[in-house]
Design a protein around this ligand. Structure first.
Ligand code: HEM
Length: 130
């Protein structure tokens, strides 16, 4: 199989399956929790729980079978928008952290761009327009 062929292999598989996605999520959270703009959102959250959910969600998102409903994402972030000031630019920061995390893990730029595009498509689910 060609390693970066998004037609024949899901992004999930290309990232190394369950083990690869776990490594990615672990590194992503380390970077999120150390980011000057985003760390405050995670201050009072059970990080182990969120990591697990994020892993399941990413597996779904990246597996091609995108069954995660917009409603679930909207609910998960509703209070953050209302009471903690979660805004568009935070979403952009997150995408940049995802990009940097994958680069640090030596993931190819093509695969990185594909992962960022897939997450980027969830913007309106996480941050619905009023
Ligand atoms: C593509 C973008 C995003 C996806 C796919 C995503 C996914 C999720 C999911 C599925 C949950 C639910 C976890 C659970 O119920 O245990 C969650 C929770 C959370 N997300 Fe996101 N998220 C995204 C963007 C963001 C951004 C930009 C921030 C802000 C820095 C953020 C901060 C949080 C926090 C703090 C929680 C925990 C809320 C709580 O349980 O009180 N997320 N996210």
């Amino acid at each position: 199989m060609r390693p970066h062929d998004t037609q024949t292999s899901s992004l999930y598989q290309q990232l190394g399956g369950e083990a690869g996605v776990q490594t990615f999520v672990g590194a992503l959270y380390f970077n999120l929790l150390n980011d000057e703009h985003l760390s405050r959102f995670f201050a009072d959250v059970d990080v182990a729980r969120v990591m697990h959910h994020q892993e399941v969600l990413l597996a779904e998102l990246l597996g091609g079978e995108d069954t995660s409903s917009g409603l679930v994402l909207a609910e998960a972030h509703h209070l953050l928008i209302l009471s903690q000031g979660l805004r568009e630019w935070h979403f952009d920061v997150l995408l940049r952290i995802v990009e940097r995390t994958l680069k640090d893990l030596n993931v190819s730029s093509g695969l990185t761009a594909a992962v960022v595009a897939r997450l980027s498509a969830k913007r309106r689910a996480v941050l619905p327009l009023k």
